[in-house]
Write a protein that binds this ligand. Structure first.
Ligand SMILES: C[S@@+](CC[C@H](N)C(=O)[O-])C[C@H]1O[C@@H](n2cnc3c(N)ncnc32)[C@H](O)[C@@H]1O
Length: 331
């Protein structure tokens, strides 16, 4: 079945589903008799009260709209503040990611927001390189700010470790036995000097402002692992089914053979919460045919991924609303 045929089939399913929903709603309305209810409640309030009530409601709506408009791409300012709960030692997703997807690999993180998970992946799994891209330049500035903070903390930690080794050596020197350090001490010194030669996160992590669905793919750019975490909904709502297919095809082109796409799609029910953020998103929401439950079929049968690993069950401790599935697609 081609993508167009699949689109037609899904469209038919959508229409049937819509009809069923409308019928259900009609039945519900009949049972409630809302007209009667509305008239009764309106009889009891004065014109002034009604005026104030309407004004307050309008103010609330406009405030809500303004706040949401700013984040029409999911480009939230303090995303990790509410995604990672208090008392969590790290983002629960880091616990289920596999070392072999990242260690010594060239990685790309699409929609990196303020870069926290990008940096943590680099630090925990020792990537060769990782590039985080985001449509919002403010989030890229935040990401560089976080990177500087991480590097500073890392340097302090390293210099602390070095200082303690110097202290041990001095003590041993005092006892005139340092000419022959023990094998444990030798190992510790060797480990420390290899760390300082290793360079720091600045050599591994970088960030770039880019709209992934509308930028040109450079020929030489190739990756072993691409992350697309909680981004599909935003691309889908802002650029519709075409944007989604562009996203998947471009990821495929950028991956080396054997490469991995780590995908965390938001479920369809969560589109409901954000489809009104802009005119574009509300229009696209109405026309979307390829809902998240058919992403797997598209990626395996149409885009061409060989196999998929579902690692969702290993995930635990996510905050409510962020308990989303995670898949690893192999090219
Ligand atoms: C909800 S956040 C997810 C952040 C991060 N991936 C994570 O899961 O921890 C979605 C991010 O995708 C970015 N984004 C949305 N559309 C994009 C596009 N077309 N190109 C690049 N980034 C995009 C937003 O700016 C936002 O920072």
């Amino acid at each position: 079945m081609s993508l167009d045929e699949m689109r037609e089939e899904k469209e038919k399913e959508k229409i049937t589903e819509k009809k069923k929903k409308q019928q259900k709603q009609k039945q519900k309305q009949k049972l409630k008799n809302p007209e009667e209810k509305q008239n009764k409640s309106e009889e009891n309030i004065t014109v002034e009260e009604k005026d104030t009530k309407e004004k307050t409601q309008a103010q609330i709506n406009s405030k809500k709209r303004k706040r949401k408009d700013v984040f029409a791409f999911g480009n939230y300012r303090s995303y990790y503040g509410y995604r990672i709960g208090q008392g969590m030692d790290e983002d629960p997703r880091l616990k289920v990611f596999k070392r072999e997807w990242f260690q010594g690999k060239d990685c790309l993180d699409i929609g990196c927001n303020s870069g926290i998970i990008t940096i943590q992946i680099a630090k925990k799994f020792h990537c060769h390189r990782i590039l985080g891209i985001d449509i919002d330049s403010d989030r890229i500035s935040d990401a560089y700010w976080h990177l500087r903070k991480f590097v500073r903390a890392e340097r302090v930690q390293k210099s602390g470790a070095k200082a303690s080794i110097v202290k041990v050596t001095e003590k041993v020197n005092d006892l005139e036995s340092c000419a022959n350090p023990s094998s444990d001490e030798k190992q510790e010194i060797a480990r420390d000097s290899s760390h300082s030669e290793e360079g720091d996160l600045f050599d591994i992590v970088s960030f770039r402002k880019e709209n992934f669905v509308q930028s040109w793919c450079q020929r030489e750019e190739q990756y072993d692992t691409i992350l697309c975490l909680s981004v599909t909904k935003w691309i889908h709502l802002n650029w519709g089914d075409d944007g989604l297919i562009t996203l998947f095809s471009k990821i495929w082109r950028l991956l080396r053979p054997g490469g991995i796409l780590v995908l965390e799609p938001q479920p369809w029910r969560s589109y409901e919460n954000n489809h009104l953020v802009s005119e574009t998103t509300s229009k696209n929401y109405q026309t979307i045919i390829f809902r998240p439950n058919c992403f797997m079929e598209i990626l395996l049968d149409k885009i061409g991924f060989r196999k998929v690993e579902d690692i969702t069950s290993a995930l635990s401790g996510s905050k409510v609303g962020f308990d989303r599935p995670i898949f690893a697609y192999h090219k």
